[in-house]
Design a protein around this ligand. Structure first.
Ligand code: GRF
Length: 208
């Protein structure tokens, strides 16, 4: 089985990144993280990468005169590292159509709710869990999906439900959902390592 080369993009603490690192180290995920790229030089995700001898790269639009120059640099990083998949793990920027087209069906994102509910612009972080609780929904969950040019829209790869409890606050729900995120993301990436994912008409089909 081929070892997948991953490039992880993250903006924050990177607990999902950590879960992927752990899954690789435990032999549950047949992949290698070639680099972690963050738009935030102080983000702890970069520190996590360094602690595991993974290349940590600060790359922000602010470093370039135009968005096209950012894309060229990012594409060069992908090429240098022969990245098979781009993994968005709490990356707070939208990728450009140039990148999304260059990596069609090879960019994954994780969302802390059951898409297509509670997704779209402004639905990130604690806002997602606030919206779930305010809706009165009894079930939330985790979605791992491919990234296309529409926010939170690409084909769904895996989903898992997480109960919403009567005494949940957005924070307690977030904590429970995050635990499932940490498990589900590596499982989804492993499906790609095993070449089990077919994509057709915005749906994925997982081979047994
Ligand atoms: C996660 O909740 C993920 O679903 C969302 O951003 C958050 C990132 O958290 N896309 P962390 O940095 O991995 O802890």
């Amino acid at each position: 089985m081929k070892k997948l080369k991953l490039l992880v993009l993250a903006s924050g603490g990177g607990t999902n990144l950590q879960a992927i690192i752990d899954a690789i180290e435990q032999g549950k995920l047949n992949a290698e993280i070639k680099a972690v790229v963050s738009n935030n030089s102080k983000a702890f995700c970069l520190e996590r990468a360094r602690q595991h001898d993974i290349q940590a790269i600060h790359l922000s639009h602010k470093m370039f005169a135009t968005p096209e120059e950012f894309d060229q640099r990012f594409l060069a990083i992908l090429k240098e590292n022969e990245a098979d998949l781009i993994i968005l793990a709490g990356y707070m920027k939208m990728l450009s159509p140039t990148i999304i087209r260059a990596y069609k069906n090879r960019i994954l994102n994780i969302h802390p709710a059951l898409l297509p509910s509670f997704g779209g612009e402004g639905m990130y972080g604690i806002h997602v869990h606030e919206a779930v609780i305010n809706s009165g929904a009894k079930v939330s969950g985790v979605t791992v999906h491919l990234v296309d040019e529409v926010y939170d829209h690409g084909a769904i790869v895996l989903q898992e439900a997480v109960p919403v409890l009567d005494d949940d606050t957005p924070e307690s729900l977030q904590e429970r959902v995050l635990k499932t995120e940490h498990k589900l993301y590596s499982q989804a990436i492993q499906l790609f390592a095993e070449e089990k994912v077919d994509v057709k008409d915005n749906r994925t089909y997982i081979k047994k």
